[in-house]
Design a protein around this ligand. Structure first.
Ligand code: PLP
Length: 394
């Protein structure tokens, strides 16, 4: 066994030398004796993870159905809660149906893989992917041996060029993208994306992990109302309950035909225990609350805009961020780790994001804003960033 262990150890050690080794730490452990002033590392964008209303709904659901679903949906685990939540999601998204998954990663890696099945499609599909798509989307393509045609990040003119170049190939075509990019905080032009799908007869697979709760009508995401056109489905929208909804799990909003296909073909759905009633209870309460949170969403976007202006004045690069996710792109892994440590010393928790999660030379601190962040937290962040810049210039 020793040789196995030593290989795994050597792999981790090799990451150390390039500043890419990951470690699990607890924020409080990382700074013993120090008070945390602000935490910008989580994705609880609407502060719903600790909302009493969601906790109470979770409790009610667990008391009624138990803490676990006890089986896969096709065996013992199909509860009224799942069916009701799917109906609410389909209504909100303007699709015929929806299907719940246990996590966003599971939804993407297994549902997208199922949709790309060459045997079912009668041909190997062509997949046009944004260069900065989430790892779970790449995973699905890798599983299905699909060669992705990557377009420049969020560049729909480039996507169009590539679609034109492959226009005469008689193969099923897919566009795979996020609607709000998790590491960059920029958003797609949904109307333009829908128009491209119609013009080139392409199936859309859009990931709303970071848009759900925050963007679009009533916070139901940018794809809401765009996935059906003239009674035709344009593809599927995937979203997560793990970010702004403060819980865990995910959904695919789609046509009834796609839902039926996934129930019969998607291994990540078929062979996995259904999402816990306690989680579904909380998600239902959060989903119903989203339409009443317009004021919170507007405040979140104002906070983000004001933060961008303040950090630009300090000389930080925030890329194309236009949402509640504000990257501070510092370039090297070492600079990102140094800034993360500096912020921590000032009581601020943040995430250093390094290649391969982001492209080389674009290591960054990812600031994820939440409605729980007030002026005190934002001022503390900006002050610490200013001090870091000053130190660098000395
Ligand atoms: C764009 C995107 N899709 C999918 C996921 C996976 O979602 P989950 O955390 O629910 O597995 C994430 C989470 O990091 C994400 O950022």
């Amino acid at each position: 066994m020793a040789s196995f262990e030593s290989r795994f150890t050597a792999y981790c050690a090799s990451l150390e030398t390039v500043g890419r080794r990951r470690r699990l730490t607890l924020a409080a452990e990382a700074m013993p004796g120090r008070q945390i002033v602000a935490d910008f590392s989580h994705n609880d964008y609407l502060g719903l993870a600790a909302a009493p209303e969601l906790i109470a709904a979770s409790h009610v659901a667990a008391l009624r159905y138990g803490v676990g679903a006890t089986g896969s949906r096709l065996l013992s685990g199909n509860l009224p809660l799942h069916v009701e939540l799917e109906a609410a999601i389909a209504r909100a998204k303007g699709t015929e149906a929806a299907l719940i998954f246990n996590s966003g990663y599971q939804a993407n890696s297994s549902a997208l893989a199922a949709l790309l099945d060459a045997k079912v499609l009668d041909a190997q599909p062509l997949v046009f992917s944004d260069r900065l798509n989430h790892a779970s989307l790449h995973h699905a393509c890798q599983l299905m041996n699909v060669h992705q045609i990557r377009y420049r990040h969020n560049d729909l003119a480039h996507l169009r060029e590539l679609l034109e170049a492959h226009q005469h190939e008689e193969r099923p075509k897919f566009i795979v993208a996020e609607t709000v990019f998790g590491m960059d905080g920029d958003a797609i032009d949904m109307a333009a994306m829908a128009a491209l799908a119609d013009e080139f007869d392409v199936f859309l697979y859009l990931d709303e992990a970071h848009a759900t709760g925050v963007m679009g009508t009533h916070g139901y995401g940018l794809t809401s109302g765009h996935m059906q056109h003239d009674k035709q489905s344009r593809g599927v929208a995937m979203g997560t309950f793990s970010k702004a909804l403060g819980a865990s799990g995910a959904y695919i909003a789609c046509s009834t035909a796609v839902r039926d296909y996934l129930v019969n073909r998607c291994t990540g759905f078929i062979y996995s225990t259904a999402l816990s009633p306690a989680v579904i209870g909380a998600v239902q309460a959060g989903w119903e609350r989203l339409p009443q949170m317009d004021a919170e969403r507007a405040r979140l976007m104002q906070t983000a805009q004001s933060l961008r202006e303040r950090v630009h004045a300090l000389g930080f690069d925030t890329g194309n961020s236009s949402t509640h996710i504000v990257p501070l792109i510092v370039g090297t892994e070492a600079a990102a780790l140094d800034l993360k440590a500096w912020l921590l010393e000032h009581g601020i928790v943040s995430s250093a994001i390094r290649p391969p999660t982001v492209p080389p030379h674009t290591a960054r601190i990812r600031i994820a804003l939440s409605v729980t962040h007030g002026e005190t937290q934002i001022n503390a962040l900006v002050d610490a960033l200013a001090a870091w810049k000053n130190r660098a210039q000395r």
